[in-house]
Design a protein around this ligand. Structure first.
Ligand code: HEM
Length: 238
């Protein structure tokens, strides 16, 4: 299904249309070709020395810091949150894009049926990944940080039909990088970076929360703000 018009808000004015802002499926597929080529396993191999170099730089800078380090801030200079099963689990509980994904049945293509509901053409459908990834219908113990579920699923053959009530894991509901032909094109690079950086940091440093900090507070303090763009307000003194 094509992206919805909400992606126009990600498009800076007077600039060529970005990949993410290209709603027409054919144009999108055309534009995406060069991205896909840039992220093939062969192409990504060439990134490894760059990632390694940047990680060394990060580790050196961290070593120079005195006192408590805001590791989250430093890691955010890379393009990810965390690694393989741990990364998946972190991204399941805390998707970097929690709500702002939009798809829209093509205008002129007629209504489409989504999960048993008729959606008229041109309707913007927002996909709340945060809620989806914490839904007990798709993941056992959905609010629990349980990286082993990603290994466990291979033993249970990813049964999603309810025939195994003791373990539920629906891979289709894992959308941290979105799904389908318009999903994140940097996904493979992101996983690669996560592996190198997290491994190196954990090898080099002992990490703990600042004394008195309650990690539960972090989730309570998260905000998902949509951006409002203001038009001119022609107010004059008369
Ligand atoms: C953990 C890291 C990352 C996460 C969680 C993430 C997540 C996402 C998500 C959810 C989308 C939206 C897809 C949609 O509209 O359905 C997206 C799109 C995109 N991402 Fe990422 N991303 C990550 C890292 C990267 C990196 C490292 C790059 C490139 C260097 C990248 C490049 C892109 C591009 C180009 C798109 C637009 C794809 C398209 O419209 O075809 N991302 N990403």
């Amino acid at each position: 299904m094509p992206k919805g018009e909400m992606y126009h808000s990600l498009q800076p004015p007077n600039e060529p249309t970005s990949l993410i802002g290209t709603l027409d499926m054919a144009k999108h597929a055309e534009k995406r070709k060069s991205w896909s080529q840039g992220f093939t396993p062969a192409a990504l191999k060439e990134y490894d020395p760059i990632i390694q170099g940047r990680t060394n730089q990060l580790v050196q800078r961290l070593e120079q810091q005195v006192g408590t380090i805001d590791l989250g801030k430093w890691i955010s200079y890379f393009t990810f949150d965390f690694m393989a099963d741990i990364a998946n689990e972190a991204l399941r509980l805390f998707p970097a894009v929690p709500t702002f994904i939009c798809r829209s049945p093509k205008v002129g293509g007629g209504p489409v049926l989504v999960a048993g509901r008729v959606v008229p053409e041109g309707t913007n459908i927002l996909l709340p990944f945060w809620a989806l990834q914490r839904d007990a219908r798709y993941f056992s113990m959905p609010d629990k940080f349980w990286p082993e579920r990603w290994i466990e699923r291979t033993f249970h053959n990813e049964k999603t039909d309810g025939s195994n009530p003791t373990f539920i894991h629906n891979q289709a509901a894992f959308c941290a990088f979105s799904q389908g032909s318009q999903q994140c094109s940097g996904k493979a690079l992101a996983y690669r970076e996560m592996r190198v950086v997290v491994t190196m940091i954990l090898k080099k440093f002992d990490i703990a929360f600042e004394e008195g900090y309650n990690p539960q507070d972090w989730e309570a303090g998260l905000r998902d703000d949509t951006v409002i763009v203001k038009d001119k307000l022609p107010l004059i003194a008369v």
